[in-house]
Design a binder for this molecule. Structure first.
Ligand code: CMC
Length: 426
């Protein structure tokens, strides 16, 4: 809704340009600058898009100052403690929470699609030993398109929902297979008698014909991690998904690009880096030295799992996971030297002026890294777990973008600072 405008005055000429101010449901107002170049002949410049709303969306709302996160108008605390990841996935896709029957039939639809074409195993075979599961996952998701090449346009709502079910159902299987192959372990097929999250843990841990003992708290912890990662408005990987989707590419390509973007250690790779960093620090006696490195302007070292682009108060997801970590440690009786190091870092960072002044609170990755480590999930699988959680969000964002009739291909401009024409004139 447009209800006001902002005037930009060019100080060189005194020319005035009006730009509409758009009112969101909640959150900061947005200046619509789509006509800026046409009217002023200039581009705007926004390094890392810190002041730019790249799209209109009705899916997720974040108030970074208040530490608030909502999916489709539901507070993350409510979803993470009262609902399951499957409820949340349904909510993201259908804009409403499912009733009992809807949830049961959704679960069944996913189960029916949880197997992958047997010939995809040749793809897994082609990777070298110790390949990172994210490398296998991104390739395998892109490769899925080859198995559904007759339905890549997705012109009908039925085709779209079929694609959504297919990707959400197959990613856990591909993820588990990626792990098993990269470790030379026999693959374990989905167990249709198990719930979504329980089945994933089973595919990671089980051996053929063996019994695997999955504790309720372990399934609950992983399910909560999935829910907390399910969407996060226009973060780097979701933006990657939207940019690829804006070219009319199919969702397998878009999701595969999202996986690539998420892999980086400033984004989804952060929880793996948290554990690697704790291992590198090695002992509580070394913590002070590394805190000093993190604060040193001339040192590029950063404390992994601290800080966030949007949350400048606290990350509500981190608060939920901090409680879950404490419960898990208590119920599973965990006592590790990594936890000791993490506790000391957390304590210092929460009281040190450098971190307080810059709002560098422990983020979701700090606690999810510790929880996944406590669940004995190998660290190279952490980003994969993030992907599994984020997939419903990516799909919901893909669907939303497709439904916006005035959607334009993403094509940012630049501030060119290279040489002017150096071509020899003769
Ligand atoms: N350790 C030490 N100093 C830090 C850290 C850190 N983890 N993060 C930011 N700073 C400092 C930075 O040096 C700068 O200091 P100064 O003002 O003196 O130059 C100031 O804080 C602002 O940093 P920034 O890089 O401008 O902040 P940003 O909003 O661009 O970056 C971030 C956000 C998450 C990339 C960054 O905080 C970071 O690299 N954190 C560590 C990696 C991490 O945990 N990533 C997971 C993010 S949450 C997962 C998700 O939602 O994807």
């Amino acid at each position: 809704m447009v209800n006001n405008s902002i005037t930009v005055i060019d100080n060189r000429t005194g020319s005035k340009f009006d730009f509409p101010i758009v009112q969101p449901t909640i959150g900061p107002k947005v200046v619509d600058i789509s006509s800026f170049y046409k009217n002023t002949g200039m581009f705007t410049f926004d390094r890392g898009f810190t002041s730019t709303a790249s799209c209109r969306s009705r899916i997720t709302y974040i108030d970074g100052e208040a530490g608030k996160l909502m999916y489709r108008g539901y507070d993350i605390g409510y979803l993470a403690t009262k609902k399951t990841f499957l409820d949340t996935t349904y909510l993201l896709l259908h804009n409403k929470l499912p009733n009992k029957n809807q949830l049961a039939s959704f679960d069944l639809e996913l189960k029916k699609r949880s197997f992958i074409n047997e010939s995809m195993k040749k793809l897994f075979d082609a990777f070298p030993d110790n390949a990172h599961p994210m490398a296998i996952l991104s390739s395998a998701v892109a490769a899925l398109s080859a198995f559904y090449s007759d339905s890549l346009d997705m012109d009908t709502p039925e085709e779209v929902i079929e694609m959504a079910h297919r990707i959400i159902a197959k990613i856990p299987t591909i993820a588990a297979f990626s792990y098993r192959y990269s470790n030379g372990l026999p693959v374990i097929y989905p167990d249709l008698d198990k719930g979504f999250t329980e089945n994933f843990l089973y595919m990671i841990r089980a051996y053929p014909h063996g019994h695997v003992n999955l504790k309720l708290i372990e399934v609950e912890a992983l399910d909560t991690i999935f829910t907390l990662h399910a969407d996060h408005e226009q973060n780097a990987s979701t933006t990657a998904v939207r940019v690829v989707a804006s070219t009319q590419a199919h969702p397998y390509a878009a999701v595969s690009s999202g996986i690539g973007a998420l892999w980086g250690r400033a984004h989804g790779g952060a929880n793996e880096s948290v554990i690697r960093q704790l291992e590198m620090i090695g002992s509580v006696d070394n913590v002070d030295k590394f805190i000093a490195k993190a604060k040193d302007k001339n040192d590029s070292f950063r404390l992994m799992g601290f800080g966030h682009r949007v949350y400048k108060n606290f990350d509500p997801r981190a608060t939920i996971l901090k409680n879950l970590r404490d419960r898990l440690i208590h119920e599973l009786n965990i006592d590790s030297h990594l936890l000791e190091i993490a506790n000391k870092i957390e304590k210092i960072a929460l009281s040190d002026e450098y971190f307080i002044k810059r709002h560098l609170y422990p983020n979701i990755d700090f606690y999810s890294g510790l929880i996944l480590n406590a669940l004995k999930i190998p660290k190279e699988m952490f980003a994969v777990i993030f992907v599994m959680g984020r997939t419903p969000g990516w799909i919901a964002q893909w669907i939303e973008l497709k439904e916006q009739k005035d959607m334009k291909i993403a094509r940012p401009r630049q501030l060119y600072l290279g040489p002017n024409d150096r071509t020899p004139k003769n």
